[in-house]
Design a protein around this ligand. Structure first.
Ligand code: ATP
Length: 239
């Protein structure tokens, strides 16, 4: 459903992605792992239209989307939950969720807000509080809830576990998996937590300095394999 082929992206003169190819199956779960600066966020921004790729192709359900503006990509069902949460801290939880529904019609919005509250009960209790008053874990839940309000068919998640306690990471992983099944949508998860990524997805890609260095099914590799790929000691040929 999402197919990235030989993608090259730049930040000014800096080449951040080198011939990156990757796939996310319909309703599938795929992870991209790699150390800081590997190019994971650049990849997500290239897919969501925040960054215009230099060359290569990105197709979604057969349609070429590379270079389209972000609002058109959102309308096609691809929604990014950014790193660092980026919720609106001066708006209430309820208002943050309403903003997530901005690109769709007015249909069923209150039902979907209730659905997000049923998925994340901690948010329901705080619906009238400002986003900035929430804990880190709650802000992450709000960012995901806001993404869900756009009714995505593919959710791009940028390091959702960043800064969360191990218990919250576990809860978040379970919540995302149940959301994916319930909404029958696909996810592309960018993570540094290899254990979490292997648990939540069926395919992982490891990136290193802008290149895919490992491409494997999650059930045939271990956290140790991923560690070795980080260190440049394990490689596979990208598909
Ligand atoms: P992190 O986990 O730290 O966000 P990442 O794997 O997401 O890392 P990117 O943020 O995609 O990596 O960065 C890839 C490369 O592009 C790095 O060399 C980084 O310094 C560079 N880069 C990223 N954003 C910019 C920018 N806005 N301007 C210039 N260079 C950038």
């Amino acid at each position: 459903m999402l197919s990235v082929e030989r993608l090259n992206s730049y930040h000014g003169p800096i080449k951040a992605l080198h011939d990156v190819s990757l796939r996310v199956e319909d309703k599938g779960a795929t992870a991209v792992l790699g150390p800081n600066g590997a190019g994971k966020s650049t990849l997500l921004h290239s897919i969501s239209g925040l960054l215009r790729p230099g060359s290569g192709s990105i197709s979604y359900n057969g349609q070429q989307i590379s270079g389209l503006p972000p609002h058109r990509i959102v309308r096609l069902g691809i929604v990014q939950v950014p790193e660092g949460r980026r919720i609106f801290t001066q708006m209430t939880v309820h208002e943050n969720l309403l903003i997530g529904a901005f690109t769709r019609g007015r249909n069923d919005i209150s039902e979907d807000i209730d659905l997000v509250f049923s998925l994340f009960p901690a948010l329901a209790e705080k619906r009238s509080r400002l986003g900035g008053e929430l804990s880190g874990g709650q802000q992450q839940m709000l960012a995901i809830g806001r993404g869900l309000m756009a009714k995505p068919s593919l959710l791009l998640l940028d390091e959702p576990s960043l800064g969360l306690s191990p218990l919250l990471v576990e809860q978040l992983g379970e919540a995302i998996t149940s959301i994916r099944e319930r909404f029958s949508m696909a996810i592309l998860l960018v993570e540094q937590n290899a254990g979490l990524a292997l648990e939540m997805t069926s395919h992982v890609y490891v990136m290193q300095t802008g290149r895919v260095v490992l491409d494997a099914a999650s059930d045939v590799i271990s956290v140790d394999d991923i560690r070795r790929a980080y260190l440049g000691q394990l490689q596979s040929t990208p598909r």
